[in-house]
Each structure stands twice: as C-alpha cells, then as structure tokens.
Design a protein around this ligand. Structure first.
Ligand SMILES: *Cc1c(COP(=O)(O)O)cnc(C)c1O
Length: 453
C-alpha cells in the first residue's frame, strides 16, 4: 500500500490523544528559567499571575506523555487530523529520486499551526476562570489564532500588535477583529511601558519584544486577565507535538520512514513540535532521522546566536531563559517572514541543538521565495513566507539526492498559507525583493548587552 497515494488522511478517532514531552527523554536537564530581577530560579508562584496553573505544570513537566483534554480534542477536530501530502509534482519538477512529503498546517481556520496551542491555552484559561487574555502579535498569525480560540471558549482577547505590522497588515487586524479581538498598535498608550516608549519616541514602530512587555504588564495589572505566548515556551512546543505525532502515523500509512525532517524556525514552536517526536525516537528507539531547523539569514539565532540566559522581551520584564539568542534588543531587518523575526530560540530547541540532536541552517529571503514559487507552481498551495524557509531546506536536500541518486524520504512542515502575504509575493514577482546581509555589527552590539547572570 502507499505507492501511489497523494495524501494520508487519518480518521478523527486516530488523532493523537496525548502530547509528547521531549523533556522526559533528555539526558541532561534543561536550565531553569530565572526571575528577571532576582536571577533566582522561578517558582510556580512567580508565574501564577500570568499563566493558568495547568500551563505552569506543563512548562516544568518531565512526564513523557500528557493527555490532551477531551474538550481540546473536540475543538482541534474542526481541522485536525491534517493530511500529510506527498509532493509528487515538486519531486517531478526537481527530477529527484527523493520522496518529499509535507504537513499542511495552513489548513487550520486561522491559517497556521498556531491554532494548535491557542486552543489548548484558551481551554486551560477558561477552566481556571480567566475572563480576558492579553497577548502580542507581530505579523498577526498568533493574534488571529488566539482570537479564534477566544471566541471558541468565550474569552476576551486583547492584542498588542507591533505598530509597523498594524499599519502594513490591516487585513490580519480585521481578521482578529472579526473574531471579536481588541487590537491596539504597540507601543500603545494603554500601558505604562508603552507610554514611556512613546514619550521618548512618538514614531516608534514597535517590536515583538516591546509588544510582549506591554501584554505582560496588562496581565499583571488585572485580576481577570492572563497572558499567552504563541511560541518559545515548553508548553507551546508540547501542544505543537501533535503535528509530529500525526505525521509519524501518516508516514506509516505511506510505508515510509523519515530520513530528514525539516521545519522553519522563528521562536521554535513548529520546529520543536514537528521534530520532537522524531528526536524522541532517535533517543529511545534507535531511529536515525536527521532534523533540520531553517532560519532566516537576517535573524540567525540558532546558527549565529549565543547560548546564554536572556530576556524574552525588550523591557526585561519576563523571566530569563537559557536560549540561543541574538540579544533581547536586537532589531531584525524587516524581512517578509514576520513570524521568524524573533531574537531568541525556544529553550527546548536550544537544548536539542546544544546536545547535537538537531541541525540548523540559515537561508536568504530571495532563495526562500524561489522555493515558495516553485512549490506553488507545482503543488498549488501558496505558502506563507515563513514556511518557505522549510521548503527551501527540503528542496536543497532533494537536489542533493538528485546528484547522489539517493532515495531519501524528506518531510517538511508547511506552517501556514500565504494569502495575507501577497504584497511580499508582488515584490518578489516584480524583482524588488531584497536580501539582507548578515547584520554582524547590530548583533555584536546587542550581544554585548546580555544580562549578567
Ligand atoms: C509564527 C509562525 C512561524 C514561526 O514560529 P515558530 O514558533 O518558530 O514556529 C512560522 N510560520 C508561520 C506561518 C507562523 O505563523
């Protein structure tokens, strides 16, 4: 079976009912997060004002499997299980003996993988009585995912949207508002931190780190409000492991074993959730799948960053975590893959890289759009600029097979669709898209300001 299959479709009853927690299988434990002011290891009480208890438990858990609550499974089944596609036409276009597969997370109603964790986080908040959640969004994918999850569970969502995106991407903002979210441009007059930034620089265009600072302040100020993060943290990656777990079942339906697994890397949540089940099989079952994270050349936290304790936000309000970082006030160039413009990498992904369990590569913007357009012309689906980095990685591996004649099985994660990114495609198609050089000086500067721990 499986020879001429175009896609593997799991029945609803075969959707994974547990998440996989890779922290259970590490030989060396993760370094603990530290309090932003005292630099002492965090206790649950430090996080209780901003996260529900169940999320805090998951953040520090070393249980290998964690049940997905029935209510979360029910909501996920709106769009899951998601098919695993064989990229037959892309293989032909590349004339490669490799088999290429992709998981299409852009088929969720919010358009990206971020719904997988937004739904789980909204559920735990609802269960513990949260009435309102504050969050940040860059390009708008995380904000959209959380606003949709908010309507599912009857929670008000307040989104601090990085000002430059707020002005450039009104469609994403309107999507969030359609789902009932309250969206404000960050820096905003709604928080003390935002007002301070605006007083210094009224034209400040904002950054993801600033928007996080505003959302956390909002959640700290109000009894009825918690905070939610769409990437980086352990519980987010835990929720995203449903991607990798489904993919493993579907590869079996195809009669295949993955040689290479590839995903793009911004904060690390889709890469972590896609790769962790494969890394787990490498650790426990002697499998030998190579897992590769692909990041943008202009924001290369894994390939050029330093492994150190750093803040996740710009104001230094959130805990210090051990991660590959470019420095918390690094301002990445304005590449179109907005979801990949984050200064750090998830602690779980950083740990996997440090232990040589995964590899990382950086690609340029134009090369990623070359890949996106070839993919769109062969497979039809229009990828998000972020996802295009993974496609570039998969195509490069398939081209190596074309030279060597090896029949590898290459699997990548298509994190989102690109229908809100047509302005970026327009630039590419009219030859105006630019590559950014590696911003060595800016990174050197921001790394010199790492907190001394
Ligand atoms: C947010 C986002 C990413 C990057 O985030 P990770 O946490 O690294 O997965 C990638 N692709 C899309 C479509 C996104 O929305």
């Amino acid at each position: 079976m499986g020879k001429n299959m175009r896609k593997a479709i799991l029945a609803e009853k075969d959707m994974p009912a547990q998440w996989y927690n890779i922290a259970a299988d590490f030989k060396t434990p993760l370094s603990p997060p530290l309090h932003p002011v005292t630099h002492q290891p965090l206790g649950p009480a430090d996080l209780a004002p901003i996260f529900p208890l169940e999320i805090i438990k998951q953040e520090v858990s070393t249980e290998r499997y964690i049940e997905i609550p029935e209510e979360v499974q029910d909501k996920l089944k709106l769009y899951r299980p998601i098919p695993l596609f064989r990229a037959v036409e892309l293989e032909k276009a590349l004339d490669t003996p490799a088999h290429i597969y992709y998981k299409h997370e852009g088929l969720s109603p919010s358009g990206s993988h971020k719904s997988n964790t937004a739904i789980a986080q909204a559920y735990y908040n609802k269960k513990e009585g949260t009435r309102r959640i504050a969050t940040e969004t860059g390009a708008g994918q995380w904000g959209s995912a959380l606003c949709l999850a908010g309507t599912m569970f009857g929670i008000e969502i307040k989104v601090y949207m990085v000002k430059v995106s707020y002005n450039q991407k009104p469609l994403r903002r309107l999507l969030m508002e359609t789902w009932g979210g309250k969206v404000v441009a960050s820096p905003s007059p709604d928080t003390e931190y935002g007002r301070a930034v605006l007083a210094r620089d009224p034209d400040c265009e904002g950054s993801l780190g600033m928007a996080i600072s505003e959302a956390v302040e909002d959640a700290m100020q109000r009894e009825d409000t918690k905070y939610a993060l769409g990437s980086v943290l352990n519980h987010v990656i835990l929720h995203q492991t449903i991607i990798g777990l489904e993919t493993q079942k579907q590869l079996e339906m195809f009669g295949e074993k993955a040689d290479i697994v590839i995903a793009c890397h911004g904060g690390g949540s889709n890469f972590g959730g896609f790769a962790a089940p494969f890394v787990g099989d490498n650790l426990r079952k002697g499998a030998r799948t190579k897992c590769i994270a692909i990041e943008p050349f202009s924001c290369p936290s894994l390939t050029k960053g330093r492994l150190a304790y750093d803040f996740g936000d710009t104001a230094g309000m959130v805990p210090l975590v051990m991660m590959h970082t470019l420095g918390h006030d690094y301002m990445p160039p304005g590449i179109h893959a907005g979801g990949l413009r984050y200064h750090g990498a998830a602690p779980l992904v950083s740990h996997m890289l440090q232990e040589n369990l995964i590899e990382a590569r950086a690609v340029h913007q134009k090369a990623s759009f070359d890949a996106a357009v070839l993919f769109a012309k062969s497979e039809g689906f229009l990828p998000a600029p972020e996802s295009s980095h993974a496609i570039r990685g998969a195509i490069d591996e398939a081209l190596k097979c074309q030279k060597s004649g090896e029949k590898k099985t290459i699997v990548f994660n298509l994190t989102g669709h690109g229908y809100f990114d047509m302005a970026a495609y327009e630039k590419y198609l009219s030859g105006q898209l630019e590559d950014y050089e590696y911003p060595a000086e800016a990174i050197h500067q921001s790394l010199s300001k790492l907190p001394q721990v």
